[in-house]
Design a protein around this ligand. Structure first.
Ligand code: FA5
Length: 354
């Protein structure tokens, strides 16, 4: 071993140790310049080869080139290792489990669902059982059994979506017309047919009307029907029940008005309205009350004795009241919404407010 090969071996040893200690790009670059650069340690040895005798030149040249190759490979490896370590530490940062979590966007119930549930909560506390019925209904229940036979002018109160097909009716009639129920009142009859008094039910459900829409009318609406049949039920019970319901829903300051109205299935019939929440009550351009000061929430009345008798109950013994309210109208009052069409327009900016 010559002095020069010793020197090469020590350059290799020292350089490899120094490279392993280089922790960043700047340290690696300084190392490269010092060892492999133009005036670097190993380069110096290679340059000096020319001054050696032929035999030694061969040995030293081969050894110096071998070490140069090793150091260059070690340099590449060290660069790659540092690059990977840097990447891994950014990935570790991205998964920092101590950071607070990103808040999840929470869904919510549709405002009409919320209001329907509130309406029913109050009626359940007042002793009503909640039941449901079919949205696709027979003409016979939607109209006939409610004392609205074909060609009766009262049918005009409910513009109707009819089905093309006819089905077998309850009386075995093969040609019973089918419709989308226009109100929940058919459930009065369906429930009375299957249950004995005393009856106290609340029936929520969707209804459909083939009518032009405006700020207080939609072609799809939800109603909640109430039916109470028992001995000794009077108009006072109807009034008391609805007033207590309105107090629990809207608070004591909302005015509730019952005024005379007509529905073929009740006698007497009333309409229940609350004072306008949108205007002082006298603004003719108000979309909610049109200057009347009132928004109608429901129709109601004493169940017609003929309907009670038709289900096999003695109308002398049993009387009852019924009511059918619009859930969207109640929601308008509760939530201060002045256009009913907003509820089913599916605009998340509107819905997210409730
Ligand atoms: C009826 O539907 C009767 N079945 C109510 C009834 C039940 C009377 C039991 C007597 C005894 P009316 O068509 O008025 O009546 O509708 C009742 C309520 O549903 C209205 O007061 C209103 O709150 C709501 N409503 C009716 N039509 C619409 C509509 N197009 N859009 C939104 N809400 C409506």
């Amino acid at each position: 071993m010559s002095e020069t090969t010793d020197r090469i071996a020590s350059i290799e040893r020292d350089a490899l140790a120094a490279l392993a200690a280089a922790e960043d790009d700047a340290a690696i670059e300084a190392w490269r310049t010092r060892v492999l650069g133009r005036s670097g340690e190993l380069t110096g040895v290679l340059r000096g080869i020319g001054g050696l005798d032929a035999d030694e030149r061969k040995v030293v040249g081969a050894e110096a080139n071998r070490v140069k190759g090793i150091l260059e490979a070690a340099l590449d490896e060290r660069r790659e290792a540092l690059r990977r370590a840097a990447l891994a530490s950014t990935e570790a940062d991205a998964l920092d489990v101590t950071l607070p979590g990103r808040p999840l966007r929470r869904g919510r119930l549709h405002p009409i669902t919320q209001v329907r549930r509130r309406i029913l909560d109050v009626f359940e506390r007042l002793g009503f059982q909640v039941i449901e019925g079919p949205e696709v209904e027979l003409d016979a229940y939607n109209f006939g059994a409610l004392r609205i036979p074909e060609h009766h002018p009262a049918r005009d109160m409910w513009d109707t979506f009819w089905f093309d097909e006819e089905v077998q009716g309850p009386d075995g009639n093969e040609r019973a017309p089918l419709l989308l129920r226009t109100h929940t009142s058919p459930m009065q009859v369906r429930f009375m047919q299957e249950h004995e008094p005393p009856i106290r039910v609340a029936v929520p459900g969707k209804c459909y009307r083939y009518e032009a829409t405006d700020a207080t009318h939609e072609w799809m609406l939800e109603q909640v029907e109430l039916l109470a049949i028992d001995e000794g039920i009077s108009m006072a019970n109807l009034k008391g029940t609805l007033q207590e319901w309105a107090r629990q829903m809207f608070g004591p300051s909302r005015k509730v008005m019952l005024r005379n109205s007509y529905f073929p299935f009740v006698e007497p019939g009333v309409e229940v309205a609350v004072d306008c929440f949108q205007c002082p009550g006298d603004d003719p351009s108000c979309p909610v009350c049109r200057g009347s000061g009132w928004l109608e929430l429901m129709g109601a009345g004493m169940v017609h004795p003929e309907i009670i008798a038709a289900q096999g109950y003695d109308p002398e013994r049993y009387t009852g009241f019924a009511a059918g309210m619009g859930v969207e109208r109640v929601a308008m009052v509760l939530l201060g919404v002045s256009d009913i069409r907003d509820f089913h327009a599916n605009d998340p900016r509107f819905l997210a407010q409730f």
